[in-house]
Design a protein around this ligand. Structure first.
Ligand code: NAD
Length: 264
């Protein structure tokens, strides 16, 4: 299927590795021109170079901390200066820290809000005039299955990520007259550094379990019987970015091998 992404410009955040990088690669593989932002300049440079070489598309990179509005404005402006348009925005960031209710003070709640929800609000606001001009703008937010089923030990994610869903659902109506779609994608357990270094893993490693066994353990309650690969999630992001997905908006779709048991 030709996704019709040639000539489109996609901005992908938190893209130096993991899910963000896989999304940038999936879009590049379809011929989209790419802009990537992430905090780590060195890793981001390497990612941009590798995507350029592998897919033969232009890749702009700029060190960006999604918590800083000035950084977001700078990368949007650089994208427009360099490519003259912006069609697709993938909102992504590192996840909020692990912990339970009594561990977090106001500052930590505020930080999680800024990282997870406010960064999404700000990037959409900055990108919006350009997405309107595109005529078929696409916004995709990478969230978590915590928006469908709270995850033990991830209180900040459980409490704040649903705000992104509310935002997207509201915007799906507001932006439909501009032919802009907005959708959320929920990673289940996807094999990235975040999962490898996450609390579930650390507990098992501390008990003396090998990394391989610990990863197998993490997959036990997943109906598909395995962890997901970042590319499996990125394929959905590429599809939602495409001309074929022009009638899909306001949805929240998990890529989780059946992990979430809820009906919705
Ligand atoms: P990862 O640790 O592999 O990669 C995270 C990326 O985010 C890196 O490129 C890092 O540089 C970047 N980043 C972190 N904070 C940033 C910031 N403030 N500004 C800009 N870039 C920043 O993680 P991942 O697995 O790719 O996770 C991506 C998102 O998906 C996270 O929000 C995570 O919580 C969520 N998620 C992942 C899983 C999973 O199983 N991997 C499950 C549920 C949710």
């Amino acid at each position: 299927m030709d996704l019709g992404l040639q000539g489109k410009v996609a901005l992908v955040m938190a893209a130096s590795k993991g899910i963000g990088r896989a999304c940038a690669e999936a879009l590049a593989a379809e011929g989209a021109t790419i802009a990537v932002g992430s905090r780590n300049q060195e890793m981001l440079e390497q990612t941009a170079r590798e995507i350029r070489e592998r897919y033969g598309v232009p890749v702009l990179m700029r060190a960006t901390d999604v918590r800083r509005e000035a950084d977001l404005a700078a990368i949007v402006n650089a994208t427009i200066r360099e490519y003259g348009r912006l069609d697709i925005v993938v909102n992504n960031a590192g996840g909020p820290p692990v912990g339970s209710f009594e561990q977090f003070d106001d500052a930590q709640w505020q930080a999680a809000f800024e990282l997870t929800l406010l960064s999404t609000v700000r990037l959409i606001r900055l990108a919006l005039p350009h997405l309107r001009q595109s005529g078929s703008g696409r916004i995709i937010n990478i969230v978590s299955t915590s928006v469908k089923q709270p995850i033990a030990g991830l209180l900040l994610s459980n409490a704040i990520r649903p705000g992104v869903i509310g935002l997207a659902k509201s915007l799906s109506s507001e932006l439909a007259p501009d032919n802009i779609t907005i959708n959320n994608v929920c990673p289940g357990r996807i094999l990235t550094d975040r999962l490898r270094k996450g609390p579930g893993m650390q507990q098992k490693l501390d008990q003396g379990i090998s990394e391989q066994e610990a990863l197998k353990d993490l997959a036990r309650d997943i109906p598909m019987g395995r962890l997901g690969q970042p590319e499996e999630l990125a394929s959905l992001v590429a599809y939602l970015s495409s001309s074929h997905a022009g009638y899909i908006t306001g949805t929240t779709i998990q890529v989780d091998g059946g992990l979430v048991r809820s009906l919705y």
